[in-house]
Design a protein around this ligand. Structure first.
Ligand SMILES: [Zn+2]
Length: 156
């Protein structure tokens, strides 16, 4: 292995919530829009990927689940699409948390986070500058959102 640096990717670490005795679901559901909050817990059909043992392929099964039990699905399909979900006045860590909610918790480098935040919040117009160094400092000190580096670099 040479000295090439593998760029750290961050994500919402739902295990961290369990370790802290916190509920990720409650945290995420409180960010949902009014219409989603109203639907929380009502029975809904979701397409859930699962492995078909015979063919070894991923197939989708329709399951009945309480709405919002997977907050990533609800936010991706609804709240995360609304313009006001992330705005220039959203505190930075809150905005990062919402970013991961809306992208289904796809791991991102801090450069990616910066770029997506700027797009979503329109920081360019407001003169905010939220660079990777600031993001790293904020995330290192965070004890609230559980946005953490992936334990292992993603193998390609
Ligand atoms: Zn919604």
């Amino acid at each position: 292995m040479d000295a090439e640096q593998i760029e750290t990717r961050y994500h919402i670490d739902t295990d961290w919530y369990r370790q802290q005795g916190k509920s990720f679901e409650v945290m995420a559901q409180s960010r949902m829009c009014a219409s989603c909050k109203k639907k929380l817990g009502t029975e809904t059909e979701e397409r859930v990927p699962s492995m078909d043992q015979k063919s070894g392929r991923v197939v989708f099964q329709v399951q009945k689940v309480p709405y919002g039990s997977n907050p990533f699905v609800a936010v991706r399909d609804c709240c995360g699409k609304k313009k006001e979900f992330i705005s220039a006045s959203t505190p930075v860590l809150e905005a990062v948390f919402r970013l991961f909610l809306a992208n289904a918790n796809q791991p991102l480098t801090l450069d990616d986070v910066q770029q997506k935040l700027e797009e979503a919040a329109g920081y360019a117009q407001t003169g905010h500058h939220v660079g990777p160094d600031l993001l790293r400092r904020l995330l290192d000190h965070d004890r609230q959102y559980g946005i953490r580096p992936m334990a292992l670099p993603t193998a390609v």
